[in-house]
Write a protein that binds this ligand. Structure first.
Ligand SMILES: [Zn+2]
Length: 194
């Protein structure tokens, strides 16, 4: 009939042969089915990209995926404002608002922040080339960070830190400091995990 001829000319994404023995899956459908699409290695933002390259090698792709997923799902463009912060930098920052002028911006001394090991990022929305400080945005996108392996500072019981996301690999910061002091570092200075 005319109807079946029309069907025969329609490309199908998948088909089972009439004897039921062989599958045909269109290559385009196969890419989705096996999720073999290559992950992007960069985000929309060059500032973010250069900060991500200084993170611990084990979390760089998580960070890229997090930023890209948020853009894809919500149309929200995040920037990484802080990634790696050395122990010396952390100590200087700790003095701010204590022995030197300025607002207190950190609660911990050098070695006790996951930023010191390149295992944490702070993010903020950039909208119309300006920073959007609304906490609502960070609450909205937090689940995407969590899905990409991060713990979120907004879930902390005390001193919630909405822009902050970290991957701890099950280590306390004090345990990382111990590894650091023992020199369990790769040749770029990142902690070696077992
Ligand atoms: Zn942070």
């Amino acid at each position: 009939t005319e109807q079946s001829d029309a069907n025969a000319n329609t490309p199908k994404l998948s088909n089972l042969s009439t004897d039921g023995k062989a599958w045909f899956i269109h290559p385009v459908a196969m890419v989705d089915y096996f999720n073999v699409t290559e992950k992007k290695t960069e985000t929309w933002d060059s500032v973010t990209n250069s900060r991500i390259t200084l993170l611990h090698p084990r979390i760089r792709q998580n960070a890229v995926d997090f930023i890209n997923d948020v853009e894809e799902q919500f149309g929200i463009q995040l920037r990484v404002t802080t990634g790696l912060r050395t122990i010396d930098e952390q100590n200087r920052l700790y003095e701010q608002g204590r022995t030197i002028s300025g607002n207190i911006v950190t609660w911990v001394r050098g070695g006790y922040s996951y930023h010191n090991y390149g295992l944490a990022i702070d993010v903020i929305e950039i909208k119309d080339k300006k920073v959007n400080w609304e906490e609502n945005v960070l609450i909205r996108i937090s689940s995407v960070g969590i899905r990409n392996g991060f713990s979120w500072g907004g879930n902390w019981k005390k001193q919630k830190d909405y822009p902050h996301f970290e991957i701890t690999f099950g280590y306390k910061a004090s345990e990382l400091l111990e590894k650091y002091n023992k020199g369990e570092l790769d040749n770029e200075g990142y902690i070696i995990f077992d």
